[in-house]
Design a protein around this ligand. Structure first.
Ligand code: CP
Ligand code: NVA
Length: 304
């Protein structure tokens, strides 16, 4: 891989992404070799997690290594000691860091100071590991990514941003429907459109426009972790952006996607989430395999 870290999907090239997906699919089919024997990944999570934490732990175990979970309230990055010191200390003890942080800058600071790979396990700006598992899920269900229309309905948040970049680099046509004030930014779109890979990114404020002709309809929570004080306000702004039977009727046969956890009755109905078209638990399962591929490339490559 061109970058020693995965702080953003932008650390990857289209070739990196294709290789990650190929490797993940092969590992899912054939099992993983113990290429990370004797290697340790440190996990630091400033926000709650089920899928990301467990999938990193299982992925390390499957690769013959181990993960050690550090309590964020004990490490207190930037508070008990500078993030730069945390990065340099961990670099002397472990072989990689996966960090879930409130501020994206904390992930960048870790990467700047660590001598070992740093992986973004979700920040306020991006969720690259989720996007890789999502592409893997699309590839499994649709065969190929090129020309797939992926409609995202909801907040222009960390999940949407990583998906937009990943789509551009995978030949996916990403159409994002968000209410005014909650769109991906002009800077996000400019960065996305400058990427190679043959995909496209389009914004709209009309969910029915986004889902027309889509192969998959994706949504995420309206209120992300750390924004809880905005929840009431957001519920008002996002009314009309729910993934439900009426919206899905405009996208016959489309897969239903959600990174989870879901708020049933807000961004998605229970009926849509539980429908036969829903692949949300495949997405969750694929976190293990996408991360196995990333870890095997970042932590094992170039080492004796
Ligand atoms: N989708 C996802 O990242 O889930 P967790 O917050 O449970 O890790
Ligand atoms: N956008 C959500 C994703 C959770 C996995 C959040 O940041 O809380």
């Amino acid at each position: 891989m061109q970058s020693p870290d995965l702080t953003s999907i932008l650390d990857l090239t289209p070739e990196d992404i294709e290789r990650i997906l190929d490797t993940a699919l092969a590992m899912k089919r054939d099992g993983a070799a113990p290429v990370l024997q004797g290697r340790t990944l440190a996990l630091i999570f400033e926000k709650p997690s089920l899928r990301t934490r467990v999938s990193f732990e299982i992925a390390m175990t499957n690769l013959g290594g181990r993960a050690t979970h550090l309590e964020a309230h004990q490490v207190q990055m930037g508070d008990r000691e500078p993030t730069a010191d945390v990065a340099r200390v961990l670099s002397r003890m472990v072989h990689g860091i996966a960090a879930r942080t409130f501020e994206h800058q904390t992930v960048l600071d870790l990467a700047r100071w660590a001598d070992i790979p740093v992986i973004n396990a979700l920040s306020d700006v991006e969720h690259p590991c989720q996007a890789l598992a999502d592409l893997l899920t699309l590839r499994e269900h649709l065969g190929s990514l090129r020309g797939v229309r992926l409609a995202y309905v909801g907040d222009g948040n960390n999940v949407a941003r990583s998906l937009a970049y990943a789509s551009m680099m995978s030949g996916v046509d990403f159409v994002c429907a968000s209410p005014g004030g909650f769109e991906l930014t002009a800077g996000d779109i400019e960065r996305a459109r400058a990427l190679p890979g043959g995909g496209s990114v389009t914004l709209t404020s009309v969910p029915t426009e986004a889902v027309a002709g889509a192969s998959a309809v994706y949504t995420d929570v309206w209120t992300s972790m750390g924004q809880e004080h905005e929840a009431d306000d957001r519920r008002e702004h996002f009314a009309g952006f729910q993934v439900n039977a009426e919206l899905l009727a405009r996208a016959p046969g489309a897969l239903v996607m959600h990174d989870l956890p879901a708020h049933r009755g807000e961004e998605i109905t229970a009926e849509a989430l539980e429908s036969e078209r829903s692949v949300v638990f495949d997405q969750a399962e694929n976190r293990v395999f996408a991360q196995q591929a990333v870890l095997s490339m970042l932590l094992a490559e170039g080492l004796a």
